[in-house]
Design a protein around this ligand. Structure first.
Ligand code: CP
Ligand code: NVA
Length: 337
């Protein structure tokens, strides 16, 4: 099993064995890094990181992972290139494909990253689109596996807007890995019916379940992971805040909700999170709507149940695994799920 020369665009493109192989490779690379064992086997290769939206974790993970693997890294920020404004994606892809061995893209529509892969001729990695955030899910799965020892059978509840990149990707990822996925939100925030259908077809093969529940207490019964994301994603207009706050406040992750789950339940979040007033946006929302916390309370975020910083660290190890597996001819081994 190998992913040499392939792109990493969405989890729908990967088999369960490939996903578990990448998670295992990430665990190996993490152990090497902790033990100080050099692993710069991609020395001399060059990668470009295109960010049309801002980032802390994803950018730093690609940069550090790139350097650890011995590569040279070019970062293109949201305003510093011709992409989309003066040059089409197809033309940009053909230019960058002549210079770079791999390209990361963070931005808007999934079709953009798919086109980059189609026209560049080199591996392209999706660093977040409106529809999917697949590198995040690998980090989440490595974290769950470290914590519980396995993925299969884990009850994984996603609270909040499940129609966007995080809800979509977690639903597909959990279905692929034989997990019990629940999206909990008002009905209008459930994923696209066509994608739900795909998730259900995958679940049938893997033994997973995929459910949609509007009542938080019912949804989190026996949950081992409660996951949430921001209520308004990058690129969405500021006007949607009022509606999101009204609709999603009952779905905030509180200690009361954590206590209604399984005793071993952990809290996860892709980050950044609005759990206090220590951010500009958090303070602006507080001034306008008089709320001090949004998708998660500060109590839960700072509690023993929260494993969000393990999760953030694992972004780097999993992104490293993706780059190593797609830029070199190495065999992936499917681990126990
Ligand atoms: N989780 C995540 O993608 O974080 P950044 O936006 O900081 O990259
Ligand atoms: N849904 C969020 C995820 C951030 C990592 C966004 O797109 O802004």
């Amino acid at each position: 099993m190998n992913l040499y020369k392939k792109s990493f665009l969405k989890l729908l493109d990967l088999t369960p064995d490939e996903i578990s192989g990448l998670v295992s490779l990430a665990a190996e690379l993490k152990a090497k890094k902790k033990a100080g064992v050099p692993h710069d086997t991609l020395r001399g290769k060059n990668i470009a990181l295109i960010f049309e939206k801002t980032s802390t974790r994803t950018r730093c993970s690609f940069e550090v992972a790139g350097y650890d693997l011995g590569m040279n890294v070019t970062y293109l920020d949201p305003s510093g290139s011709q992409i989309g404004k003066k040059e089409s994606i197809a033309d940009t892809a053909r230019v960058l494909g002549r210079m770079y061995d791999g390209i990361e893209y963070r931005g808007y529509g999934q079709t953009i990253v798919e086109d980059l892969a189609k026209y560049s001729g080199v591996p392209v990695w999706n660093g977040l689109t409106n529809e999917f955030h697949p590198t995040q899910i690998l980090a989440d799965f490595l974290t769950v596996k470290e914590h519980f020892g396995h993925l299969k059978g884990i009850k994984f509840v996603y609270m909040g807007d499940a129609r966007y990149n995080m809800g979509n990707s977690l639903m597909i990822g959990c279905a692929k890995m034989g997990m019990h996925f629940v999206a909990c939100a008002p009905e209008k925030y459930f994923p696209d019916p066509a994608l739900i259908e795909q998730a259900q077809a995958i679940a049938k093969e893997t033994g997973a379940t995929v459910e949609f529940i509007t009542d938080p207490k019912t949804a989190v019964k026996d949950a081992q992971v409660i996951y949430t994301d921001v209520w308004v994603s990058m690129g969405e207009p500021a006007e949607v805040w009022a509606e999101r706050i009204a609709d999603l406040t009952p779905y905030r992750v509180t200690m009361d909700l954590m206590n209604a789950a399984a005793p071993e339940c952990v809290f996860m979040h892709c980050l950044p999170a609005f759990h206090d007033l220590n951010t500009t946006v958090g303070r602006e929302i507080h001034a306008q709507f008089n709320i001090t916390e949004m998708e998660v309370t500060d109590e839960v975020f700072e509690s023993e149940k929260s494993i969000v910083f393990d999760e953030a660290e694992n972004r780097m190890h999993t992104i490293k695994a993706i780059m190593l597996a797609t830029l070199s001819n190495i065999e992936l081994t499917a681990a126990v799920r």
